[in-house]
Design a protein. Structure first.
Length: 251
């Protein structure tokens, strides 16, 4: 881990820049890059979620004071998301975790395609995601398994369905904190905090200085090209993950 510490700091910096510009993709970008440098999917997801406890706490608190949070919706989303997240984290960190590697790579690739599609045209949420409980369960599960996905799945769906985008984003951000804590605790029970503490610290060190810079860049860089670039990056890293898994089977 010491050999990769500063690379992970850089990953945290880049991921926070992307997330600050798009309002999502921190987890997806961080997890994809951590897997690329050799971390197992479970440890990569655990590391990202440990770092996200700090970022989601700040984000949720800011939205609360800005009156952007519907706490009735948060309660339902947080409980369902925590359950789904704990199940996903337990599966990923169990003995079958290594067999989920191709599924994680496929999931990341699919979400990358959705990010590209969203940049090109407005993408409606799946018809099956009508209630908050199933939305939270699916969002939490995929967030744990893929190391990210709450924003693209839950935030996007709420924004599409709601009449007040700022309130929907604030509600999703507040609920994400509780889901992130539940996922991190589940991973910690399997690995112990010491197994990903330095990597999580590196992500935080990289992400903190990037936050104010991202707020400036979002006003300068066109959103559509940036979203397409992020989508292409995630798809590429997902395909690379599948290639690495296939190579390990043939080795």
């Amino acid at each position: 881990m010491d050999d990769y510490f500063w690379w992970i700091v850089l990953i945290g910096f880049v991921a926070q820049l992307i997330d600050g510009a798009l309002g999502m993709a921190y987890g997806l970008t961080s997890t994809s890059l951590l897997i690329t440098i050799g971390l197992p999917p479970a440890q990569a997801s655990a590391t990202v979620h440990a770092a996200e406890i700090a970022t989601t706490a700040v984000s949720g608190t800011a939205h609360h004071f800005a009156r952007n949070v519907d706490w009735r919706m948060v309660r339902v989303l947080a409980i369902a998301g925590a359950v789904g997240g704990c199940v996903g984290a337990a599966l990923l960190s169990s003995g079958i975790g290594k067999y989920l590697a191709p599924a994680v790579a496929l999931y990341l690739s699919a979400l990358g395609v959705l990010v590209i599609a969203k940049a090109i045209r407005k993408v409606q949420p799946p018809a099956a995601m009508r209630g908050l409980t199933p939305l939270g369960l699916i969002g939490g599960f995929l967030d744990a398994v893929g190391g990210g996905g709450w924003g693209p799945i839950v935030s996007s769906t709420l924004v599409y369905r709601g009449s007040e985008p700022h309130r929907m984003l604030g509600t999703s951000a507040a609920a994400e904190f509780f889901v992130t804590v539940a996922i991190t605790v589940t991973f910690a029970g399997s690995f112990g905090l010491e197994s990903f503490g330095m990597a999580a610290l590196a992500l935080v060190l990289g992400g903190v200085p990037a936050a104010p810079l991202a707020a400036v860049l979002v006003k300068i860089i066109p959103k559509k090209p940036l979203m397409i670039a992020v989508g292409v990056l995630i798809v590429t890293l997902g395909i690379l993950g599948l290639y690495r898994f296939a190579g390990s089977l043939m080795a």
